[in-house]
Design a protein around this ligand. Sequence first.
Ligand code: F0G
Length: 460
Amino acid sequence: MKFERRPWAEPYKIKVVEPLKMTSQSDRERFIKEAGYNTFLLHSEDVYIDLLTDSGTNAMSDYQWAGMMMGDEAYAGSKNYYNLENNVRKYYGYKHLVPTHQGRGAENMLSQCLIKKGQYVPGNMYFTTTRAHQELAGGTFVDVIIDEAHDSQFNHPFKGNVSLEKFSNLINKVGAENIAYITIGATVNMAGGQPVSMENIKAVHKLAHQHGIKVVLDATRAMENAYFIQQREPGYQNKSVAEILKEFASYSDAATMSGKKDLLVNIGGFVAVNDDDLFEELRNMVVLYEGLHTYGGLAGRDMEAMARGMEEAVHDDHMKARVEQVGYLGELLDRYDIPTVKPFGGHAIFLDAKRFYPQIPQSQYPAQTLAADIYVNSGVRAMERGIVSAGRNKETGEEYFPALELVRLTIPRRVYTQAHLDITAYSIAEVYDKRDKATGLKMIYEPKYLRFFQARFERL
Ligand code: F0G
């Protein structure tokens, strides 16, 4: 008997299950219409396989649930805060920790502390909430990711890398004093979950520090990034994910974190910094927005679950199963010749809606349409990551037309089996077979902020 390659398996077994509800196609047609063709507005009860996001959708382990019972719900000085602080120091290496209810709480505070009105904030492609908080704080985001990241077919092992040329051109053009800091997202969500190499962050850190510019890591999926470095970057094959993560974070001055991804919890985040004065400022600010500096909007039990999740997530066997499961779905879609972003990312497979539905112009929201059509076909819920997510230019009010018009199939951690992914691929193949008949959407309601969450559409 011959195997193409050595199979991998989940490094856990299942102890508790949550039944799934099946619905009929005619029910789903009604549900998506009622939801304004926006998968964010569906009731999750009406979803069969939920690939909307990997955020807060993780399955916790028995060790984490046991930790929940160890919650110290004191208003101040909870022991779970100190456990979390210890683990942040141990695994990421930052000196100070301020917990927040989730990632955007951290982004809000850090943006307010570090951005002066009129300053620029370069980053390796935007993330929706990150850019929104930078803009609310008076900053202007500048994309400095390598060009290849905007091409869904370009095969680059570290497609999330910062272009040093773009970054240094910006410094020369506006002056270092007008740059608040540079954000490095790793992996880069909007580019398809693409990693940043160690070599690149090292070089960015060097260039930034030569000009007195701080480096802020969006550490949301940095453990997945560390796994890609182990697999792809020369010199790292024999290092553990934990060692790589710590080295990677050492090339940054601060981090914002959504614990709802890498850290295997359902809620939580933090901002972590090395600078004592910045810590002082954040500690003052957190009481206004999140809660006291030793809980930041979280229950003690949530902080304990996050501290324990960090210990589990950084294991090589966990990270291998996590990232390889995502790749498994990608390979199935390849077999049906379905257009996806290459290489496959760490948390999701992204369908290339421009190539899936070439007849639908971007102004008629092809990715939004495709996400709705997949839901109607099988009850699988995905998310638009294209023109709707990109929003509008804050000065001109014009819609951005991003090069990438994608549908994200995001895999929650430790939640679905390979069989669920088989069904998902099968359903997408069915939609692909009928692709010639698809027509686009018209937006009939547009919210002011982060419009993709609540916008409503009608079929054209
Ligand atoms: N940074 C990145 C790279 C993210 O992907 C997210 C959230 C955040 C920051 C904000 O964190 O949600 O805890 O406030 N991404 C989710 C997603 C929403 O579905 O990709 P948050």
